[in-house]
Design a binder for this molecule. Structure first.
Ligand code: ZN
Length: 284
């Protein structure tokens, strides 16, 4: 059930409340009065060359930002995706082994990255173990090294703080522990560990890694935050679906289409337009 449907339902039961048209406009006002950038890819990314996406599992990048990635690649941005794990426990079949599923997921993920236009050298696995991502100094160190190597202008990661994600009225889900921990370690790695020279100084000797600061990031799995931005992915839905459906051990083609519809269509978006939603943070 959506926010708008819920509001209309209330109207039907209380004549003192405003009419449906008022509700529609007040809802649009809410979004236009917030800091939300309506589908403005360019305002967020125009001055960025290098985008680092840090996700817990293969398929998370496609689910949360597959259309945005396709748009970034088409715009000639350098995009690197770091995955904390191979998602090797993501299965409800009893007979498959961890090592077998790990190989399958890696192969499926490689196919998906090819669809999105991500070079193999920009597809990185930390192999921390599916379900075992901890926000420890060791995880932070590995992510800080990736930041120091790639030197991104903007980082995209998951929601570090909410144990329960509120998508909409009556639509919630549990925020996977790997997602919370990957995101928290990423934010910790951004500041101060990748910037300050006395953290992990061995990373800076004789390698391409340098001290690096990131001041802008997009966080996924925020849907009603006042700082949300909507990135227009209308022209990239087919690429998103095609990439997502490469994860055949997890999804069918119709699952990937349903996921794209679920995440990129809401009743207050302009008709025919599709958006991916992020919390946009500038912090320095
Ligand atoms: Zn995940």
């Amino acid at each position: 059930m959506t926010i708008l449907q819920y509001s209309v339902h209330q109207v039907n039961n209380n004549s003192a409340l405003p009419n449906r048209v008022d509700i529609i406009f007040s809802q649009l006002d809410y979004y236009s009065n917030s800091n939300m950038i309506r589908g403005d890819f360019h305002k967020v990314f125009n001055d960025k060359k290098r985008i680092l996406i840090i996700m817990p599992h293969p398929d998370d990048a496609e689910i949360y930002c597959g259309g945005t990635i396709a748009h970034l690649v088409k715009s000639k941005k350098e995009v690197r995706i770091v995955k904390a794990t191979f998602g090797e426990r993501g299965c409800q079949q009893e007979k498959i082994t961890l090592s077998r599923l790990k190989k399958i997921r890696k192969r499926e993920d490689s196919a998906s990255m090819e669809v999105l236009g991500i070079k193999p050298s920009n597809n990185i696995y930390l192999d921390l173990g599916d379900g075992k991502v901890e926000n420890t100094i060791d995880t932070i160190k590995k992510i800080a090294f990736q930041i120091r190597l790639f030197k991104p202008d903007l980082v995209i990661t998951t929601n570090p703080e909410d144990s329960v994600i509120r998508f909409d009225k009556n639509i919630n889900w549990i925020n996977h522990r790997d997602h919370r921990n990957t995101a928290q370690s990423t934010l910790d790695a951004i500041l101060p560990y990748s910037r300050d020279l006395l953290f992990f100084p061995e990373q800076l000797k004789g390698s391409r890694a340098i001290s690096h600061s990131v001041t802008e990031f997009l966080l996924t799995d925020y849907y009603d935050h006042p700082d949300n931005v909507l990135i227009n992915v209308t022209d990239f839905i087919n690429t998103r679906v095609k990439a997502h459906s490469c994860h055949k051990s997890q999804y069918s083609l119709s699952d990937a289409k349903e996921s794209a519809d679920f995440f990129t269509i809401r009743n207050y978006y302009p008709k025919g337009k599709r958006y991916e939603s992020f919390r946009y943070v500038v912090a320095d």
